[in-house]
Design a protein around this ligand. Sequence first.
Ligand code: ADP
Ligand code: MG
Length: 260
Amino acid sequence: MTQADSDFIKVEKLHKVFGNLHVLKSIDLSIRKGETVCLIGSSGSGKSTLLRCLNFMEYPTAGRISVKGKTVGKETGTMLDAPTFRYDEKALSEHRQHIGMVFQQFNLFPHMSVLENVMEGPRTVLGKRRDEVEAEALKQLARVGLSEKADQYPSRLSGGQQQRVAIARALAMQPDVMLFDEVTSSLDPELVGEVLNVMKDLSAEGMTMIVVTHELGFAYHVADRVLFLHGGQILEQGPPEKILKNPAEPRIQQFLSGFS
Ligand code: ADP
Ligand code: MG
């Protein structure tokens, strides 16, 4: 394994401050190529902010983010204990192309068919023609088990199916990494499993994934590593068997006891 593979995504001293709210406090994190990392923690602990900083939907206040050994942005100074950066939009849009993100809300385009939704990124962001991207889009729909829904409109699909389309849409951009932010939280309980199964398959296929979830069963069986975020810091991390069954931190024991 090369250095770029073991530090496929590297976060160093990441800080995010909103006004006088210090949300992320010097996060250090390395993700290996092909690793599935589950991020757990109470509401407000900074999980979404961390994911959003990784694809620059939020700009880090300070701290370095590198992908495959290459730092995003130009270093400009120091703040808190960390380097600060200037980001140019062209480089960021290039960076974002390689990061797939799926949210709690599916945000599909209602006036487009499922297939058109999946082709939209490659067409508008990459400027490709329909005939260039259709086969690939159909392949991604097959991957999430929805080939037969290609010509339907999203409103005709269940929430679980819509979320699987949202995953196919992200995959159509050929991302290096997939970020999932509580993607099953708004689904009826009986629809959660089909979405988690798609994610489990992706993980088994070697996709690099960072998954914010309250589905501890998924974290236990699928994650290579579980991180517990508390107050904008990584309080403890390790194999799922350790963090979810025998954490050292009382706060994690307390968090887990809320689930049984
Ligand atoms: P989590 O996803 O773990 O529930 P978030 O990352 O969404 O936590 O939020 C962490 C903290 O940052 C919360 O106190 C939240 O209110 C605050 N926060 C998140 N986004 C913003 C924003 N855009 N402006 C101000 N405060 C924010
Ligand atoms: Mg959140």
